[in-house]
Design a protein around this ligand. Structure first.
Ligand code: EPU
Length: 422
């Protein structure tokens, strides 16, 4: 396991490239199961979650090739075992995305229940209930979801009780391969869902309503056998760079973005006092920091609301604002694990249920801290950058699950960070 040793405070400058989106790449990689021929991916980020996904596909019998320099992945979807084992799914909850494609293509799947994680219980009951409505028999035994299709998959109307991103994605795979019409109500509008739907459409699927809460899928399968798809830029990584620029009071140019997917995040940072210019059709963000920031009230919400995956990063930035901010976490019940670590650096934050109250501004002092989940680790690196002295962030494997070598990108911008084995 690695740790990062950060010498702060840091002033950064320069240009940074945003990598391909993790949460787009994962459902698109699992979509390979639906095809007969090879599927080619461009702009795949170098992340542990990608390693885990390819491992899962290999355990199913697929051949995979990953050129880590060019970012190209090719999958030959020769599935022989319709199983996603616990050993892999426990590392990455998105392993649940194997369920839909296996059921859709092969009529059977044995997928480990993901279990809880640092940010909450994260059940998959909505996925299971929705699959049952399309004619899938689902039993949960010994920690595994056993899904089988006895007759045919037949479209139906599904009303998700809450917005679920991977739940909507699992139903897209199945709806496309089912007979008749599947109507998804209260579907996720996240850009990652849209990217998956657009890819399936480019392969012959008939889907309307992507990006809205009502998605209509006319089943009937896919027409293309060996497609190619380019992974879009990671909107959460881009947002994390905005937080880093503002908090370290650095001028940064962030390239390879899609600012149209970042409206709520950019609005919040602008309201704090950051100047963010959208250039080149929104693919470049030019961030100008401010000496003083205003406090905010933020509530996380499904897209287009403020993303839970940016909560830790903005909360850390709000520690520098003059006055009291509040952050309400509405998606996950336990996503404030980073607060105790930030307090070790001097943050003044109180958590009551799902509300964090932040008093600022504070001067952070370096200390040893520990990463607890993916986005929390990004906020701890950010905190290390603005702390005086040395901050050691342990358990950095969480960061490597979802950010392509954030430390190396930061060092190129002038940060003093050393990666050590522990
Ligand atoms: N929920 C249920 N039952 C279900 C499904 C969801 O109760 O069957 C609840 C969850 O417990 C949660 C809420 O519904 O309270 C929303 O969960 P959702 O299903 O949308 O989350 P997810 O699909 O498991 C994806 C991202 C997460 C991101 C969330 C919310 C991927 C691979 N993961 O998770 O990303 O936080 O949507 O936007 O797309 C991350 O990248 O760090 C990350 C955690």
């Amino acid at each position: 396991m690695d740790a990062l040793i950060i010498e702060g405070p840091s002033r950064l400058s320069g240009k940074v490239e945003v990598s391909g989106s993790k949460n787009s790449a994962l459902p698109l990689l699992f979509a390979s199961i639906l095809f007969d021929g090879k599927v080619t991916y461009e702009n795949i980020p170098r992340l542990w979650d990608i390693e885990t996904t390819l491992k899962l596909l290999e355990l199913m019998g697929c051949r995979t090739e990953w050129n880590k320099t060019s970012g190209q992945v090719v999958i030959f979807p020769e599935v022989t075992k319709k199983v996603a084992p616990y050993d892999q799914v426990k590392k990455m909850r998105a392993g649940i995305l194997a369920l839909g494609p296996l059921v859709a293509k092969y009529g059977e799947a044995k997928v480990s229940l993901p279990g809880g994680c640092a940010i909450g219980a994260r059940p998959v009951n909505y996925h299971i209930e929705a699959l049952r409505k399309l004619g899938v028999s689902v039993e949960v035994e010994e920690g595994y979801i056993h899904a089988t299709v006895k007759g045919k998959l037949v479209g139906n109307e599904i009303l998700f009780p809450e917005v679920t991103v991977t739940g909507t994605e699992n139903l897209l795979y199945v709806g496309v391969m089912a007979e008749g019409v599947t109507l998804l109500q209260n579907a996720a509008c996240e850009p990652e869902v849209v990217a998956l739907g657009e890819f399936l459409k480019s392969c012959g699927a008939k889907i309307t309503g992507l990006g809205t809460p009502t998605i209509k899928i006319e089943g009937g399968g896919l027409k293309t056998s060996s497609p190619t798809v380019v992974i879009p830029p990671d909107r959460i990584e881009a947002g994390t760079w905005v937080a880093i620029a503002l908090a370290t009071r650095s001028f940064l140019e962030i390239n390879h973005c899609d600012s149209s997917q970042m409206t709520s995040v950019l609005a919040a940072f602008r309201q704090m006092g950051g100047k963010i210019e959208e250039l080149n059709g929104g693919t470049t963000l030019k961030v100008t920091p401010s000496e003083k920031y205003s406090p905010l009230h933020i509530e996380t919400a499904p897209y287009p609301g403020f993303p839970t995956d940016m909560q830790a990063q903005i909360l850390t930035t709000l520690c520098l604002a003059e006055g009291r901010s509040t952050v309400v976490e509405s998606i996950f019940e336990n996503r404030f694990m980073h607060v105790a670590e930030l307090q070790r650096l001097g943050a003044k934050i109180e958590v009551n249920g799902n509300v964090a109250t932040i008093e600022g501004p504070v001067d952070f002092q370096g200390a040893p801290i520990m990463a607890t989940d993916l986005r929390a680790s990004a906020c701890l690196v950010l905190a290390g950058l603005i702390s005086k002295g040395t901050t050691r962030v342990s358990r950095i494997y969480h960061l490597d699950r979802g950010y392509q070598r954030l430390d190396e990108k930061l060092c190129r911008l002038g940060a003093k960070i050393t990666r050590v084995a522990e």
